[in-house]
Design a protein around this ligand. Structure first.
Ligand code: PHB
Length: 390
């Protein structure tokens, strides 16, 4: 049996869930399928910084109040190098801020809001193919929790199934995308300790990069640059604290039991195409960024804001122009975010083959940012997020 809806959404991450929410507000029906269980979606640890525009969308559309009641506003970050911290004051530079609110909390809020609204949202359903992309009746073929075959026909299929989903290939074919790899990864830890600083610390040290982030008054998130093939179990807790501490010279970290550790590999990627006929990519299915600029989820939200407008015009007014314009409009922001994420990454990490020249140049680069009003303003503007097209 073939089911029918206006928009079939593959993937219940931030992009897919927010899209179903915005479409519903515009009176457009959708079915969201997700291969993972609800529990897995709600508990997988991801990054935690939301741009001001992301927060505004979540609040104004009733998707999440907790983002500002539970999350905390940050008006700056610290860039640390050569043993000294330099504050980038977002509020003073650009009059904007960010919120620290973990992605899985956003997901919990979105799932609760969609469920309360009666959204057709199915966990444990794995998309296996998207067919007839170039017709007005594209179809998602999926497998249900008991192995049953599911077929959903829609006006539009949206691929929000991340970097390993099946929709990307439907759109890009064998072309894939533009990408670059990095010769390092992040070793992430969650620990039980009070915060070590009021704001995030992005630190460049001779031993490599570290990021001191937070989760709550009692739980902290920290990362340090490591080899992409690092074994997360190789270090004792003592060794992990010594590594972290050495990467933030000039500050003293509050230590405590480490209860989670993981190695996060990353790369920069942009799909060659974001649309094929009636199949469109958003979020990580379309692009991935290294985590240093905290852009991943925010970029997904920006795609979705553009696409929701395009789908309203298409489905309510039979006007396809915004959908035609979607790839170009989305890519303009995507490449700015790619540049910012790459820049923050290359400026703060130490490449394994870095020469003395490279190291000294990097400190010169950091100085030209923190000592310049304009340098600080560029960082603040990009980090807090360019205005959303609304
Ligand atoms: C985090 O808290 O997990 C986090 C914060 C900032 C980043 C990346 C990750 O740039």
């Amino acid at each position: 049996m073939t089911e029918r809806t206006a928009v079939a959404i593959v993937g219940a991450g931030p992009a897919g869930l927010l899209l179903s929410h915005l479409l519903d507000r515009a009176g457009i029906a959708s079915i969201v399928i997700e291969s993972r269980s609800r529990e897995e979606v709600e508990t997988t640890i991801r990054a935690g910084i939301l741009e001001q525009g992301t927060v505004e969308i979540l609040r104004e559309t009733g998707a999440s109040d907790r983002v500002t009641t539970t999350g905390s506003r940050h008006d700056g970050i610290e860039l640390r190098f050569e043993g000294e911290g330099h504050r980038i004051d977002f509020a003073a530079s650009v009059g904007r801020g960010v919120w620290l609110y973990p992605q899985h909390e956003v997901l919990k809020d979105l799932i609760a809001a969609r469920t309360a609204a009666g959204q057709d949202l199915r966990f444990g359903v794995r998309a296996v193919a998207v067919e007839d992309a170039e017709t007005e009746r594209p179809r998602v073929i999926a497998t249900g929790p008991d192995g049953e075959r599911i077929e959903i026909e829609a006006d539009v299929v949206v691929g929000s199934d991340g970097s390993r989903g099946v929709t990307r290939e439907t759109v890009t074919g064998s072309h894939g995308g533009f990408y670059r790899e990095y010769p390092f990864a992040w070793f992430g830890v969650l620990c039980e300790a009070p915060p070590s600083a009021e704001e995030l610390i992005y630190s460049n040290s001779p031993d490599g990069f570290a990021l001191i982030s937070q989760r709550s008054a009692t739980v902290q998130r920290m990362y340090f640059q490591c080899d992409p093939d690092e074994d997360p179990e190789r270090f004792s807790e003592r060794e992990l604290w010594d590594i972290l501490q050495a990467r933030v010279p000039g500050t003293t970290l509050n230590e405590g039991p480490i209860f989670q550790r993981d190695v996060l590999r990353f790369r920069s990627f942009v799909a060659h195409r974001l649309r094929r006929g009636r199949v469109v990519l958003v979020g990580d299915a379309a692009h991935t960024v290294p985590p240093t600029g905290a852009k991943g989820m925010n970029l997904a939200v920006a795609d979705v804001v553009l696409l929701a407008d395009a789908l309203r015009a298409l489905l309510h007014e039979r006007d396809e122009r915004l959908l035609d314009a979607y790839p170009e409009r989305a890519l303009a922001r995507i490449w700015k975010a790619q540049h910012f994420s790459w820049w923050m990454t290359s400026m703060l990490h130490v490449a394994p083959d870095a020469s003395d020249f490279d190291r000294r140049r990097q400190v010169g680069e950091l100085r030209s940012v923190v000592e310049s009003e304009h340098g600080r303003a560029y960082l603040a503007e990009a980090y807090t997020g360019w205005p959303l097209a609304r």
